[in-house]
Design a protein. Structure first.
Length: 175
């Protein structure tokens, strides 16, 4: 018996029972949790379908040769910069970055560029940066970028040079 599947199979019904009991008995933290979860689901329902349509259009419309030229093994630092621009302007965060990363790999992007893309999608998105600036100020954000970007590129480059000779690729989905 797979304990992970059993646990995940119990989580959703358990959560709904917790929410129902929280509403029934006026347990404020449970009610707030339910409201927060509902808000998150609504937000994702507005972001993910259009984002996945765009990923599908990318799959269909962007040629392999174009990806190989700009993001492939021979792209050098230009590929890392393109990955940063693509990830920085993306909406949906890692939920959209992972399927797009898989698509980029199928079209010939190098591992270093893929790692830069994933790192940048987690750290350097423009909407997140604007939110950060409004709370922590421009100076903090500028320092964070000046520290983060070289480390992101270095990490991506090191991972590329370690994993590429071993033939590493993003795995196909298994079920």
């Amino acid at each position: 018996m797979n304990v992970g599947k059993v646990a995940s199979g119990l989580f959703v019904p358990g959560f709904f029972c917790f929410v129902a009991l929280s509403y029934r008995y006026g347990f404020t933290p449970g009610v707030r949790t339910a409201e927060s979860a509902l808000s998150f689901v609504k937000e994702m329902a507005g972001i993910l379908p259009p984002a996945f349509v765009l990923v599908g259009l990318f799959e269909a419309w962007v040629k392999r040769e174009t990806v190989e030229k700009h993001l492939g093994r021979g792209s050098g630092i230009r590929g890392y910069l393109w990955a940063l621009v693509l990830a920085g302007s993306m909406v949906g965060g890692i939920y959209v970055a992972l399927p797009l990363c898989y698509s980029l790999q199928k079209k010939g992007a190098s591992l270093g560029v893929l790692f830069m893309f994933l790192n940048a999608a987690a750290v350097c998105r423009i909407p997140m940066t604007l939110f950060e600036m409004s709370f922590l100020g421009f100076r903090f954000t500028a320092v964070r970028y000046l520290v983060s970007l070289p480390l992101l590129a270095l990490t991506a480059w090191l991972m590329d040079h370690y994993l590429t000779p071993k033939g590493y690729r993003i795995a196909e989905g298994t079920r």
